[in-house]
Design a protein around this ligand. Structure first.
Ligand SMILES: NC(=O)c1ccc[n+]([C@@H]2O[C@H](COP(=O)([O-])OP(=O)(O)OC[C@H]3O[C@@H](n4cnc5c(N)ncnc54)[C@H](O)[C@@H]3O)[C@@H](O)[C@H]2O)c1
Length: 283
């Protein structure tokens, strides 16, 4: 018995990273899955690997007809849509605020990171209302909750995804459609390559390179994995979460709640700064 037996899911950005990890987990739990992604080769290879219940449709989440088409494909094949996971994303325009590129790169960032989730919600809702159930999940970020965790426009759009989630959750609750967001912390995925390819023939994987860095950035002393986000997406897609809506579920190893102490107490900079000032006999 899988936790998603008989359910149908569309996962945007499902060809790579945490989306691909979620595709694998959902298939293992019995769902039929439609991967919606720009990356045709990777998406088709993953669908072929995972068998007849896994499908790929080339999709740009910023284009309404594309989002409508992948949802229509899933609904016409299975007669259902139980989970819409708006997960596609990328870093988008970056740099200092006074140098922000306001040209096509800016529009592409807004289209991918905000229009994508709006379109996913808009078109998933039609079938989910008809069946009076469903779970819409969108990938936001800890960057939507705090400053300094991503590029400015990215952070603003991720905050907007959380606002959109809360707003739409209220409207759709009466139809038993849940709308939630996931806020990942640092997760080792190809997003950090910024579209660049790995060198051919290297013995080092992306994870090998990132793991030492990602193990130290949050209180839990290991790197965040795509599987960590897949596990939260599974909870939100499953019937275990039928009373959970409007939430931004943070999966960050404690990154947003506190700093990890990396120095021994006796070596703490504050202790050292106070060492010459305090009268040790006064204790
Ligand atoms: N990796 C992290 O540390 C981290 C942290 C917080 C949030 N996120 C978010 O997680 C989500 C998944 O990212 P990831 O880290 O797995 O990166 P990734 O690069 O491995 O995967 C993102 C996928 O989205 C696809 N995509 C991008 N733009 C698209 C578009 N317009 N239409 C369709 N597909 C598109 C890409 O082709 C890619 O396959 C993104 O929304 C990202 O912003 C990532």
């Amino acid at each position: 018995m899988g936790r998603l037996d008989g359910k149908t899911a569309v996962i945007t950005g499902g060809a790579s990273g945490m989306g691909a990890a979620t595709v694998r987990r959902f298939i293992a739990e019995g769902a039929a899955v439609w991967i919606a992604d720009l990356q045709v080769e990777k998406g088709e290879a993953l669908a072929a690997e995972l068998g007849v219940d896994c499908h790929f449709v080339e999709t740009n989440v910023g284009i309404e007809a594309d989002v409508e088409a992948v949802i229509a494909a899933a609904v016409s094949a299975t007669g259902r849509l139980d989970c819409m996971f708006n997960n596609a994303g990328f870093g988008g325009v970056g740099g200092p605020i006074d140098e922000t590129d306001m040209g096509p790169a800016y529009q592409q960032t807004v289209d991918g990171l905000l229009t994508g989730p709006v379109l996913g919600m808009k078109h998933a809702t039609v079938q989910m209302k008809a069946q009076a159930s469903g779970s819409i999940i969108s990938t936001a970020s800890v960057a939507g909750l705090r400053g300094g965790m991503g590029p400015h426009v990215y952070s603003a759009l991720k905050a907007a995804v959380i606002g959109l989630t809360q707003s739409v959750a209220v409207e759709l609750a009466e139809f038993h459609i849940r709308v939630n967001a996931i806020c990942p912390g640092g997760i080792m995925t190809p997003i950090f390559l910024g579209g660049q390819e790995l060198k051919a023939g290297s013995n080092t994987t992306l994870e090998d390179a990132l793991r030492p860095v990602f193990s130290t950035i949050q209180p839990i002393p290991r790197a965040g994995e795509g599987a960590d986000i897949a596990a939260m997406a599974l909870f939100l897609a499953s019937d275990d979460s039928t009373f959970v809506t409007g939430q931004a579920m943070v999966v960050d190893g404690g990154l947003t709640v506190g700093r990890r102490r990396i120095t021994a107490p006796e070596e703490s900079p504050m202790r050292q700064a106070l060492a010459d000032l305090v009268d040790e006999d006064s204790e």
